[in-house]
Design a protein around this ligand. Structure first.
Ligand code: ADP
Length: 357
């Protein structure tokens, strides 16, 4: 009957949410070949459920290596399909959970494509950021008889351990500090906080953020690949019957490229950038490892990135690490190193030791 169907649906949703709590989920996505390189042979041998097998030819012969994650998305998987898998996680923000989704991988592996979309953005190829907010508005509307939701966003960039507001209109370039204020729930209180209530609000702000992000980038110095960008969604929900207020927060992070830069190849500013990126990505790895061991001291303060994400990693927060790989043979070394890092993260069970404010 209809009643039983509703019960069954609720039970399923509840299980999905329980399933996500207190552990880090890891997804992997393989981007398709870019048209000019379609004659290459893919290093991805096989994908089945959560398994991916990479062929690792060497001078000693043909080898294979397999990795297991919560989900693996092949080249033909659409933006809509990827989003629909993440939907229960994203929707839980309206129930007061803290969520953190970060895109990891070498430059050119498709991180921005997943989170934002391609350059020629259409409704069909929009990435997670747009879809997530659009979906929150739809769900908030459905619940409007019982809840009133206010949604506001911040967008910042971390470049060389400096935090910059991406939603400024006057192009000002003030350096921002990260606090961990449990009073306001805002980690970067001085970054612009913009209320949003429709998908067109979101499109306007994303455009502003993208424009500000491009400032300082030149053709040779594509800064976006060497900075972390973070869209933070703050949700406040009021239960209209009881008056109870719920707060949820979601960080959607497009990390800097994870490629290891060979120290002998770069000097000066480029080397400094590389060192900052390595430092923050390894700080992220250290925080995850420390949460896994249920240490009482978690080294959040070692980088701006981990300071920013502090309340969305660990405890009751739900974290999804979304790793991206390129299928080309010349990316093989980075592909293997990305998958090994992801596999270490996938084994992490977060303890409840961290208190979530
Ligand atoms: P990253 O952010 O990791 O540096 P990008 O997202 O910029 O990488 O992707 C590199 C190129 O590949 C872009 O031109 C992008 O549009 C394209 N691309 C990435 N992933 C996909 C995909 N799943 N389907 C189609 N094109 C993609």
């Amino acid at each position: 009957s209809g009643y039983h169907r509703v019960l069954e649906e609720n039970r399923k949703l509840y299980n999905q949410v329980q399933d996500l709590k207190g552990s880090i989920r890891v997804y992997c996505r393989v981007r398709p070949f870019l048209s000019e390189r379609s004659s290459y042979v893919s290093t991805v041998e096989h994908i089945e459920d959560g398994n991916i097998t990479i062929s690792t030819p060497s001078k000693y012969g043909k080898g294979c290596k397999s990795f297991t994650f919560n989900k693996v998305f092949g080249q033909s998987v659409t933006q809509a399909e990827v989003f629909s898998d993440m939907q229960p996680l994203i929707r839980s923000v309206l129930d007061g959970y803290n969520v953190c989704i970060f895109a990891y991988g070498q430059t050119g592996s498709g991180k921005t494509y997943t989170m934002v979309g391609p350059k020629d953005l259409t409704e069909k190829n929009q990435g997670v950021n747009y879809r997530a907010l659009g979906d929150l508005f739809v769900l908030a509307e459905k619940r409007k008889d019982n809840f009133r939701y206010d949604v506001a966003v911040q967008m910042i960039e971390i470049y060389n351990e400096q935090v910059r507001d991406l939603l400024v209109i006057d192009g000002s370039n003030k350096r921002l500090e990260i606090h961990n204020s449990s009073q306001t729930g805002l980690n970067v209180p001085d970054a612009s906080l913009m209320p949003v209530s429709s998908t067109s609000d979101v499109i306007d702000l994303m455009n502003l953020g993208q424009r500000n992000r491009a400032v300082g980038a030149t053709a040779l110095n594509d800064r976006s690949s060497r900075s972390h960008s973070c869209l933070t969604v703050h949700v406040q929900g009021k239960d209209l019957t009881s008056g109870t207020i719920l707060r949820g927060c979601m960080h959607l992070v497009d990390l800097a490229g994870s490629e290891r830069v060979n120290k002998s190849e770069v000097t000066g500013g480029r080397l400094k950038e590389a060192q900052h990126i390595n430092k923050s990505l390894s700080a992220l790895g250290d925080v995850i490892a420390s949460l896994a061991q249920k240490n009482t001291h978690v080294p959040y303060r070692n980088s701006k990135l981990t300071q920013l994400l502090q309340d969305s990693l660990g405890g009751q927060a739900k974290t999804l690490m979304f790793v991206h790989i390129s299928p080309e043979p010349d990316a093989l070394a980075e592909t293997i190193s990305t998958l090994k890092f992801a596999e270490r993260v996938a084994t992490v069970e977060l303890g409840a030791a961290q208190v979530n404010k």
